[in-house]
Design a protein. Structure first.
Length: 302
């Protein structure tokens, strides 16, 4: 799960209708008869929920069936805080594409039929998903398809070289980072070869040093298997398209940190299955969601 995610070389090789906080040191200003600096207390780090519902967003949304790199910016409003009150947290999310991976707008087939548009937040209500992965929260959408022809998206071979990287950058160090990659599933069997979600998660410090990312033992999922590496990504071992609103496709992870960046590599792991070419009746659209994100923000001098 802490595998290096540099671009890979293709071997041989979808889906449907997904930070020691910058603990600042206050300047020591000498004041006559003031309480010594050593007597000041340091508030504990605060664990905060980064709910996609409580954000403002800016930056371009990728166009359908394109592979240009884009960056979106989100400001998470902090709610239910203890003292001291922390400023809002700025997060940028960059989508980049490799090989024949392209951005997609996908009509999901879960509890509510919605348009899952890449690089957008889901929304509660009839036009969106407000309970991604059973977390009771919206999520951030990651949608793609694998196609060599931008004009005619659809059937084709999938390879190890085809993937989308989603890079989440925090504007300060955060720790104890927890979240779920939801709706990992697959439809790849003897009669229909469409998509097989494969996910790898890597975290790094501001200096680019890898930070361990492990599965959350408090939220196990026996149907999500794999080593979580670039060559053996996490995947669901049960065939079938599942609802976005259930936890059946959740990969829940923890990164102790401190860290600045999380990178999620998303691919169609059909290239590891037999045969490696999608069926003629499929378009290999695929979608996952990022949800349930919580972090510890660094202690502040009180």
């Amino acid at each position: 799960m802490n595998d290096d995610l540099r671009p890979e070389t293709a071997t041989n090789t979808s889906r449907r209708n997904v930070l020691t906080a910058a603990a600042w040191s206050a300047p020591v200003i000498a004041v006559a008869a003031a309480t010594p600096f050593a007597a000041a207390s340091r508030c504990s780090a605060q664990n905060v929920s980064l709910n996609w519902l409580n954000t403002s967003a800016s930056g371009p949304i990728p166009a359908e069936n394109t592979n240009a790199t884009i960056t979106r910016n989100f400001v998470f409003t902090q709610t239910a805080q203890t003292s001291p009150v922390l400023p809002n947290l700025n997060v940028s999310v960059t989508h980049s594409f490799n090989g024949n991976a392209r951005s997609a707008n996908v009509t999901t087939s879960g509890t509510v039929q919605v348009l899952a548009q890449n690089a957008t937040r889901t929304t509660p209500g009839g036009n969106g998903i407000g309970n991604v992965g059973g977390t009771g929260q919206p999520g951030y959408t990651v949608s793609q398809r694998i196609t060599a022809n931008a004009a005619t998206p659809g059937v084709g071979a999938v390879t190890a070289n085809d993937y989308q990287d989603v890079t989440i950058n925090f504007n300060e160090d955060v720790s104890n980072v927890r979240f779920a990659v939801a709706d990992i599933d697959r439809t790849w069997n003897a009669t229909t070869r469409d998509f097989a979600d494969g996910v790898t998660v890597v975290a790094t410090t501001s200096a680019g040093v890898n930070v361990p990312v492990v599965r959350n033992p408090a939220q196990p999922n026996a149907t999500i298997v794999g080593a979580g590496t670039a060559t053996d990504p996490y995947y669901r071992n049960v065939d079938g398209n599942i609802s976005e609103a259930t936890a059946g496709g959740n990969l829940s992870v923890i990164a102790a940190g401190p860290l600045r960046t999380i990178r999620i590599r998303y691919r169609n792991r059909g290239y590891l299955l037999t045969p490696t070419t999608t069926s003629s009746n499929t378009d290999n659209n695929q979608t996952i969601f990022i949800t349930g994100l919580t972090v510890d923000r660094g202690a502040r001098l009180c």
